[in-house]
Design a protein around this ligand. Structure first.
Ligand code: RB5
Length: 142
């Protein structure tokens, strides 16, 4: 599995931590930036991620900004992107089971690193239920 990661400056440290941890677990990581803590604009990195996922260059995207909110809003303006802000373990499970999110999002300034890693694990180890949820997902992109 290949996972793409991207963040703005406020999410850089968390994004870097996630990327290193996934690489240690032998997961193929594609880092779309940003590359340091210099101030940048989060919509730019949401756009890079959307293009990457829609072009099937990665199986899943992980986005991080300060709160996870701005970068989620922008990512979800791209048709075909289902970006979910994983603010709890239960939400991490439901984002896969019901929404089949193709981008998961975290707050670099609002979330604990261990919580983030645990939610990534929960998401990756949960199956999409399909059925009525697939019908609803199809309705998202009309
Ligand atoms: C950047 O200062 C901050 O506004 C951004 O990372 C994010 O939290 C926006 O939603």
């Amino acid at each position: 599995m290949k996972i793409a990661v991207a963040s703005d400056h406020a999410g850089f440290e968390m994004k870097d931590f996630i990327a290193k941890t996934l690489s240690q677990k032998k997961i193929d990581v594609l880092d779309l930036g940003t590359s340091d803590c210099s101030s940048v604009d989060y919509p730019t990195f949401a756009d890079k991620m959307a293009q990457c996922i829609l072009a099937h260059q990665a199986d899943l995207g992980i986005l991080v900004c300060g709160t996870g909110i701005g970068i989620s809003i922008r990512a979800n303006r791209h048709k075909g992107i289902r970006a979910a802000l994983l603010y709890s373990d239960e939400v991490a499970k439901m984002a896969k089971q019901h929404n089949n999110a193709n981008v998961i999002v975290f707050g670099g300034r609002t979330m604990d690193k261990n919580d983030v890693l645990r939610r990534i694990d929960i998401f990756l180890n949960t199956q999409f239920e399909g059925g009525r949820h697939q019908r609803r997902i199809d309705l998202l992109d009309l």
